[in-house]
Design a protein around this ligand. Sequence first.
Ligand code: PMP
Length: 463
Amino acid sequence: MADNGTDSEDFRRHLIRYGGDTYGSIVEKAQGCYVFDADGRKILDFTSGQMCATVGHNHPNIVAAIRKSCDTALHLFSGMIPRSVVQLATAIAKLVPRPLSKALFVNTGSESNEAAIKMAKLYTGGFEVVGLGGSWHGVTGNAGSVSFASDRKGYGPGMPGTFVLPEPNAYRCPIRHCRDRCDRTCMNVGFELYDMQSTGGRAAVIVEPVISAGGVIVPPEGYFDALQAETRKRGMLLIFDEAQTAFGRLGHWFAASHLHVTPDLLTVSKTLGGGIPLAGVITSDAIEETCHARGFAFYTSHVSDPLPATVGLAVLETIVEEDLLERSRELGDYLAASLQTLQQRHEEIGDVRGMGLLRGIELVKDRETREPYHELGALTTQRCLELGLSMNIRRRPERGSVWRIAPPLTVTREDIDLAMTIFDQALTEMKAVVAPRPGTSGTSTRTPRAVAAPAPRGQSSTL
Ligand code: PMP
């Protein structure tokens, strides 16, 4: 086997770069809340991989489910339905709010949203899809067109009929109307603009219950009831993208059930697969029936595959066995309280927000002007990693520098305490580098070359 040095060189030589920053070393192993690199470094993983390992990396139940699939079936002809797929659909039907009852299983979040949007188009006969600013629904044609959290430049036009509503970000209001309390003017203005542009072929509104990549934005109370009313008024379907929010991340099975808003189509992915590619669309009998009658097709190579469905069942069982919904609420409160304590010590932490074990920390140069502190965010993220904590920072010029913290739901208080100690130390050290007090050695924000320092590795992602 090649040594680590050679592997690291090879990955630079032979891999296509796909966005975000890449961690500099090879990663050998992941277990529970930690990952281990080839240099023997143990790193606390506060992003659950790419937000997927909610039951912890390589949980024994997941490993057992993969083994079981090796003894039964890994993959089948797409027209053959394995028992695990039926069981998973039945288990999910018992958890989702009525009238949702039927599921389709694919692999990625992008695909699940692709399927949901196609169903909405077929059902309504329209093609216009409205999304929220800052949202992320995937990278495929339909899903990528209604994603606004990252650059869309360089690939030509997205889907015709794509529209965006300003997102309800009370900390950084996109229409410069509110401060700290969103009164939903953004939604009303957004729909008015949409109505002006609509050609009448209305299909769907797609939203994340917590706008994650857009900066962990939690819409205000009543937002989704109002959004659903506006959606229905226009004869459109409402799609909830619960890639990140379902199966315990927020402390509930689904954000939909917690919000008491039942969408027409609900998509799930990351948090269902325990680290294995598994995603799904769930809808009502009525919508499924109409789409089927109109020839709905979403026939992929890995639709209804047995391995991911077996793992999905193990994820659901683990959530129940280990009481992870309750744990997410309890440790989420503990994490929020710890972050608020840090906020009192660091002026640069402008806002702490989120729900359950999905939390956002926004960094600002000044709490009054709320000017984003991108340099400090980049350097602190880098320093955290050196000290053994992996956190993801979103840095977009239009919406600030926001860390997104999403540890596995199996995280302990001790893990959280360790993360806070590292974070505190990193922030303190990097503040001294970016804006040193007079008489101390360090670099000033006025010398950008000096603070442009090491490119952050493996932490700043596009999604
Ligand atoms: N929806 C949401 C809310 C997401 O966060 C993501 C991925 N970050 C996706 C969809 C796309 O999922 P995937 O990367 O599995 O295609």
